[in-house]
Design a protein around this ligand. Structure first.
Ligand code: NAD
Ligand code: MG
Length: 392
């Protein structure tokens, strides 16, 4: 049996992961599940999946869960706080860690899994954006295999030669083509963007996702974070990563080779495909996803992204070029701004303003220790909160 810890099991990716696990009861077992505050969701999952451990980041929620677990006589050990999350990511009986917490909060437990040499199923792109080369170096040092869950990076991984770790030039790869749907506001008149609501931003045309990543898709910061993620995962620089708007989300990304060949991975927009791929790799297994109906799809469109409409994408490129702690600062300011937008304290069009001002005021430092990156993250959050309070 392959033991799996699902970090963020009550979220969109977590639920899809448990769906895939439930299709292969003889092969995978959920050893540990975790959430932040969703006690109802986590206890329901404990009843169905019978994990040995359940951990909650929020300590009061962990206390509630513990009482309910005891009242129901469930054989689950309840852990609490960051320490609890890190502990379940590194258990000896665990082979794979699904990193599906949202935001930089997911970095410490994901890194604990890396340092324990686990196979990391990486959905939590913010963890890699914040820690960049540190994350990849630790994976090398501890023999942890990172398999991308983000649909674009999973597609790229599937189109890459096995030895891409030697460097893209060495293996004949010219470019990575990251596709992007353009989100719900791809065609909204620019002058209407300052009026859009969280509900509109969260209704993505092709994917059903958590609220934070849905807003990131609407601003296209999601694609900016993904460019940074691609540079980390595939050991390359942003010049080799091109963003292509592709509204149908059928091609999940492409790899172009020096001979002019372009390999693409296609499929229905359902995260169970990359999840099943990464869990079973190098084998294949059933994911529950329907066959792609090409006749129904009929056409595939492509266009270049409009940086005036999507200033967050330009800010992400600026952060990669600046290097050091700049991606961590970008990410922290974005998390603050998105939360404020979701709480209706900030306009949609002010999200890039908060990030831009935070980045301008905090010069990046080139210290790649976890401590320095977390210090940059904390400083950027404080500043972004103050800027947010001033704007609307
Ligand atoms: P979500 O909001 O649906 O779920 C987040 C999960 O993390 C929940 O279980 C929540 O309890 C937990 N969590 C939230 N804050 C936490 C904290 N501070 N500490 C510990 N746990 C916390 O999010 P999602 O859409 O499933 O996305 C998860 C990650 O996967 C994100 O990084 C996102 O960018 C990435 N991702 C998601 C999709 C998708 O289709 N949903 C696709 C690609 C990548
Ligand atoms: Mg993606």
């Amino acid at each position: 049996m392959i033991g799996v810890t699902v970090l963020g099991s009550t979220g969109s990716i977590g639920v899809s992961t448990l769906d895939v696990i439930s299709r292969h009861p003889g092969r995978y077992r959920a050893v540990a599940l975790t959430a932040n505050r969703d006690v109802d969701g986590l206890i329901r999952q404990c009843r169905v999946f019978g994990p040995d451990y359940a951990a909650m980041a929020d300590s009061r929620s962990a206390q509630d869960l513990k009482q309910r677990v005891e009242a129901e006589n469930l054989p689950v050990k309840v852990l609490s706080g960051n320490q609890g999350l890190e502990e379940v990511a590194a258990l000896p009986e665990v082979d794979q860690v699904m990193a599906a917490i949202v935001g930089a909060a997911g970095l410490p437990p994901a890194l604990a899994g890396v340092r324990a040499g686990k196979r990391i199923l990486l959905a939590n792109k913010e963890a890699l954006v914040v820690s960049g080369r540190l994350f990849m170096e630790e994976a090398d040092r501890h023999g942890a295999r990172i398999l991308p869950i983000d649909s674009e990076h999973n597609a790229v991984f599937q189109c890459m030669p096995a030895d891409f770790g030697r460097g893209l030039e060495a293996v004949g790869v010219r470019r990575i083509l990251l596709t992007a749907s353009g989100g719900p506001f791809r065609e909204t008149p620019l002058e209407m963007l300052h009026e859009v609501t969280p509900a509109q931003a969260c209704s993505h045309p092709n994917w059903e996702m958590g609220r934070k990543i849905s807003v990131d898709s609407a601003t296209m910061m999601n694609k900016g974070l993904e460019v940074i993620e691609a540079c980390g995962l595939f050991h390359t620089d942003p010049e080799r990563v091109e963003v292509v708007l592709h509204p149908q989300s059928v091609i999940h990304s492409m790899v172009e080779y020096t001979d002019g060949s372009v390999l693409a991975q296609l499929g229905n927009p359902d995260m169970r495909t990359p999840i099943a791929h990464a869990m079973a790799w190098p084998e294949r297994m059933e994911s529950g996803v329907d066959s792609l109906d090409l006749f129904q799809t009929a056409r595939l469109d492509f266009e270049p992204p409009d940086l005036q409409r999507f200033p967050c994408l330009a800010l992400a490129y600026r952060a990669i070029e600046a290097g050091g702690s700049a991606p961590a600062i970008l990410n922290a300011a974005n998390e603050v701004a998105v939360e404020a937008f979701l709480d209706k304290r900030l306009r949609f069009t002010s999200i890039p303003r908060v990030i831009e001002e935070t980045m301008s005021k905090l010069p990046p430092r080139h210290d790649y220790t976890l401590q320095a990156l977390f210090a940059a993250d904390a400083e950027a959050r404080g500043l972004a909160e103050r800027i947010t309070a001033r704007l609307v």
